[in-house]
Ligand binder design. Sequence first.
Ligand code: COA
Length: 164
Amino acid sequence: MLSVNVTNPVVFPKSRIKGKVRYLSEDDFNRVLEIDKACFNPPIETTDIKEHIEKRNGIGKVLEVDGVIVGFHFYQLENNKIQILRLAVDPKYRRKGYASKMVREAYRKLSLKRNILCCTVSEYADGAILFFKKMGFIATSVSRNAVADNSDGYCFRLVLAESK
Ligand SMILES: CC(C)(COP(=O)(O)OP(=O)(O)OC[C@H]1O[C@@H](n2cnc3c(N)ncnc32)[C@H](O)[C@@H]1OP(=O)(O)O)[C@@H](O)C(=O)NCCC(=O)NCCS
């Protein structure tokens, strides 16, 4: 397995993108499932969402802009890192900075103890790979069959900058 040292502390610029990142509620499930279906194969199901947000360390949030949910992210708080499990923006609303806004929100949850933000991205998800690179993440290893469609995944990591 490829493994390299991560030395990429970056400071995320303040987001000027409008909209609010908020916790998702049951009322949002259908919209989240709709976006997920447009973004992933296989898509998640209602039970996956429930299981995730009912976990002690599972966070599920949506980004709402002018009353429309344009994207969502699910992440997990672990001992020394935050693992982004799912990040998706409705294809109609891409390249407007919405995923950046959500990633910034997760980044702001980092602390001295939990100082790494990471996400495993399918080797075939070209747009997402470019997105994480643009955000300053570094691919530190490859995980075999790590993605739900059994593809290999690049493990992207971003380390907390001293001032954020
Ligand atoms: C990856 C994803 C979340 C990005 O969402 P987004 O809201 O379009 O991303 P942003 O607008 O914040 O992009 C920020 C920058 O990342 C880069 N970027 C994002 N998507 C890109 C693409 N498809 N091609 C090239 N660069 C891209 C660009 O530099 C972009 O800035 P610019 O538009 O000013 O050039 C979205 O494409 C998506 O939902 N993909 C499918 C799901 C997925 O693979 N999720 C990730 C793994 S869980």
